[in-house]
Design a protein around this ligand. Sequence first.
Ligand SMILES: [Zn+2]
Length: 376
Amino acid sequence: MKNTFSFELQKTDGAARTGVIRTPRGEVRTPAFMPVGTAATVKAMMPESVAETGADILLGNTYHLMLRPTAERIDRLGGLHRFMNWDRPILTDSGGFQVMSLSGLRKLTEDGVTFKSHIDGSKHVLSPETSMEIQRLLGSDIVMCFDECPALPADKSRIADSMRLSMRWADRSRAAFGDRPGHALFGIQQGGLEEDLRAESAEALQQIGFEGYAVGGLAVGEGQEAMFGCLDFAPGQLPVDKPRYLMGVGKPDDIVGAVKRGIDMMDCVLPSRSGRTGQVFTRHGVVNIKNARHADDPRPLDDTCRCPACRNYSRAYLHHVFRSQEMISGMLLTWHNLTYFQDIMQGMRAAIAAGTFDAWEADFHAGRAAGDIEPL
Ligand SMILES: [Zn+2]
């Protein structure tokens, strides 16, 4: 395969888009959902099983990996792909978001962020330059610019100052990334919910030039209506011919609404995290497997689902192993949730290609509105 990174936009239906990202490690069909492999594992899943669900690409967390086992150790062991036995594309975040949400005692300056590890209290520095170096050592295929994401709500001048700092950091990230054929650097649009700030940010990023663009700073507590309001204009401010990535989203209806508004890539811990807490996503909405109604139910979670949890086990079994805190519970429910999320993506890709996205979306919402099958 050629040692290049490219994006081909194949079809649009309204604002929704389908296409393919090509990397030396394989293709990513868009719109794409990326399962999150925080600590070099998608929790409770073997990597080959993650691939079987239909995932073309995983997300790795720079913040977690730099602290443990460290980027230097992963590099010595052959890079993140080899270390975790995933040979397909990997996207890594910049570490910035989790420094803000997880670490203690931070100090933010023009240069970067100094912080203490949430694991052992050790002191670290993340800056555009160190984030690029860590992501290079990890060997990720898609590298994210180091940015700052203010919590919402915040006043407009605070959001503007933060966005302009992130644009200066984007410029430094581009310079530090260097020339790495086959690897991509994505810029991150900021600006909160403000259309003019989002436009200024998009313009600044395009002046620098990136292989893809993320819509950052959403899914931070603003709610779905406000997020969709922002997505009505934010993706359209970014280049048509480059992938657009919405970071940290989301629930199934968030994902569908984002694709409808022109987003190509997303990631979220929700399907894997929920799998471990007994929350199951189905085409008929959310099912809580711990509910007593499932205890004697011999039927599958979803009789149309292709995953092992639905093909080989009853609701009664899934209920039992969850209540018994058996490890297979998290394994099966995560496998189901990831399969369901990938089936949504596949359904949207096919519908966009066929020009039937509106009908697909109506069917998606009708299935959820109908609710779970009646108890026996
Ligand atoms: Zn299933």
